[in-house]
Design a protein around this ligand. Structure first.
Ligand code: MD6
Ligand code: FE
Length: 215
């Protein structure tokens, strides 16, 4: 007789390639939720969640915070900066646990050691979504992006280089990490509306953390 009945019904961590240069490390940080959430909260205490306005004038349903090089706006729109250009105050540094996670995930995914300089955080409440977009405001497309999912599950859409390309749907759960670069670095992607729910650690939210080389 085994003790299986007493264990979580979660599958063991596994790696899934979803496109050339894009790998999902399923369950990679599943056991580190409390520390990661503490790191998020320490940043949010300094850079409160905010709903950005898109270049087209729409308020995003996703709330954002950041550290390292974050967003700042001027009369030409948003851009990455190491500080809030309106106050001159630097954004908080990227917490050590997130720097370590980014490096380990990039190595596991085959990209080698990684030192990001930017960390964007997204909070999705039920119904929030992120429409198909490209991440192209970074200066270095040679570096991967490490993307961490916490809390409520969501469906990640992953398309091609043209907005109209067929997008596959990838379910992401609490603790999954996507590492993404190389030939699919500029592919369109998005998040379908998050379903109602309650996560025992995170509550009624999904939180996504992306670690990047922006400047
Ligand atoms: C999200 N992520 O998962 C949204 N972008 O909430 C992104 O838009 C994203 O996960 C670039 C690379 C990885 C990502
Ligand atoms: Fe993105």
């Amino acid at each position: 007789m085994t003790m299986d009945l007493f264990e979580d019904a979660l599958p063991p961590p596994w790696h899934e390639q979803i496109a050339p240069g894009a790998v999902v490390l399923h369950g990679f940080v599943r056991d580190h939720g409390p520390e990661l959430l503490a790191a998020v909260n320490s940043v949010v205490a300094q850079v409160p969640w905010r709903h950005m306005i898109t270049p087209g004038g729409y308020r995003m349903s996703v709330a954002m915070s950041w550290c390292g090089n974050g967003w700042t706006s001027d009369n030409r729109g948003y851009r990455y900066s190491d500080r809030d250009t309106r106050t001159g105050k630097p954004w908080p540094p990227i917490p050590e646990i997130l720097m370590a996670l980014a490096d380990e995930a990039a190595v596991q995914a085959g990209f080698g050691h990684y030192v990001p300089d930017s960390c964007l955080m997204n909070r999705y409440d039920p119904g929030s979504k992120l429409s198909l977009h490209q991440d192209k405001d970074e200066n270095d497309f040679g570096a991967p992006i490490v993307s961490v999912s916490l809390g409520l599950p969501a469906v990640f859409q992953f398309g091609g280089l043209q907005r109209g390309d067929r997008a596959r749907r990838v379910p992401l759960a609490h603790g999954d990490v996507v590492v993404w670069g190389g030939p699919s670095r500029l592919n369109y992607h998005g998040i379908l509306p998050v379903k109602e729910g309650y996560h025992s650690l995170v509550g009624p939210h999904r939180i996504n953390i992306t670690l990047r080389k922006a400047l």
